[in-house]
Design a protein around this ligand. Structure first.
Ligand code: KG4
Ligand code: ZN
Length: 334
């Protein structure tokens, strides 16, 4: 079964053709990041306008690269939540138009479920149930994936998402948006123990996260030293901050796995590209005898191949939308 998938939830316009949820025939991404970088973050109105311009050519390119025509497509999957509403509406309306014109079924797909599904592409043998740490620019969740379309939230952030914390810390150090990747690279050459940063815990909710205190601590550290005219070693600040965030994420994730007696662990979302997060979980899982799965780095960020993967399982479970499909800025993964 061939699915044409469309993604426009944030600042990437993407289309892909995916066979049977696991094989990527094509994946095209038009990124707007260079333009948003001028403003230090995503400007929603600009994002919507760029999606409107890019969506037709990107979809055409995805079909051409897969060497298929619309006649060889069996369903259209589209991201309909969560994300920037104006951005989502471009993809949803485009997919609805295509579905009406072709008579193909329309499959509404949840963005975070798609991030999880990027793992089905990178790890063909992976099947639920498993426990997944979903960490992106907007969300940080520990999710029990009971089946392809049945999920339960075990833990979540109470304030900032992990990606957001990385981006804000990076910005304070003068790195361009989105700073998470740059901070990760600089941290590779620093000492993670150079600065002691807090490990915020949420009382009575052992699997929940809180990153705003940690973010404030690193911003204060940078500002205080600047006021005193002291030069901080950037590599050490990045390494200490990255270590603190990864420590919070992995501690709660491993505790949840132990308490729930799950031995198959998966990571997903933009922050799952983080080198220290990948290395730490790789070795912790090896020590504990757990199976560990991660998406290849090219599938960690927003793309439509993952939408095609999740869309396949949504289609099999009967999740088909009518012509009145709407987009939603927020929606639980459950
Ligand atoms: O999943 P994603 O592409 O978009 C959302 O759905 O939010 O995640 C983007 C986030 C950004 O905050 C970006 O800085 C972060 O993922 N990110 C990283 C790394 N690569 C991307 N954060 C830390 N280390 C990385 N290597
Ligand atoms: Zn995303």
């Amino acid at each position: 079964m061939n699915i044409l998938a469309i993604e426009s939830s944030c600042d990437e316009t993407a289309a892909a053709v995916v066979r049977d949820g696991r094989t990527v025939l094509s994946s095209v991404i038009a990124s707007q990041v260079e333009e948003h970088r001028l403003y230090g973050g995503v400007v929603p109105e600009i994002a919507s306008r760029r999606h409107a311009e890019a969506i037709s050519p990107v979809t055409r390119q995805a079909l051409e690269q897969a060497n298929v025509t619309l006649r060889e497509i069996d369903a259209i999957a589209v991201t309909y939540a969560p994300g920037l509403i104006g951005a989502l509406l471009v993809g949803v309306n485009f997919a609805k138009g295509l579905s009406m014109a072709t008579g193909l079924p329309l499959v509404p797909t949840h963005h975070l479920r798609s991030h999880i599904a990027s793992n089905y592409i990178s790890n063909p043998e992976l099947k639920p149930p498993f426990l997944c740490l979903v960490v992106s620019g907007g969300h940080s969740h520990i999710v029990m994936v009971e089946d392809y379309t049945k999920m339960k939230i075990i833990g979540r952030t109470r304030d900032d998402a992990a990606g957001e914390a990385f981006d804000k810390a990076a910005r304070t150090m003068g790195m361009p948006y989105p700073g998470g990747i740059a901070l990760d690279q600089v941290a590779e050459n620093g000492d993670p123990h150079a600065f002691v940063l807090p490990r915020p815990v949420v009382h009575d909710a052992p699997y929940d996260f809180s990153f705003s205190g940690l973010k404030t601590a690193v911003i204060n550290l940078i500002h205080n030293s600047a006021q005193k005219g002291e030069e901080l070693k950037k590599e050490d600040v990045c390494a200490s901050f990255r270590y603190a965030v990864v420590d919070c994420l992995t501690t709660n994730f491993l505790k949840a796995a132990q308490d729930l007696n799950v031995n198959k662990l998966v990571i997903a979302g933009g922050v799952s590209a983080n080198s220290l997060l990948r290395r730490t979980l790789e070795s912790e899982c090896l020590t504990r005898g757990y199976q560990f799965y991660k998406p290849e780095k090219s599938l960690c960020g927003d793309n439509a191949a993952m939408v095609g993967a999740q869309g396949y399982y949504e289609y099999l479970s009967g999740n088909i939308a009518g012509p009145d499909l709407n987009a939603f800025a927020t929606m639980s993964i459950e």
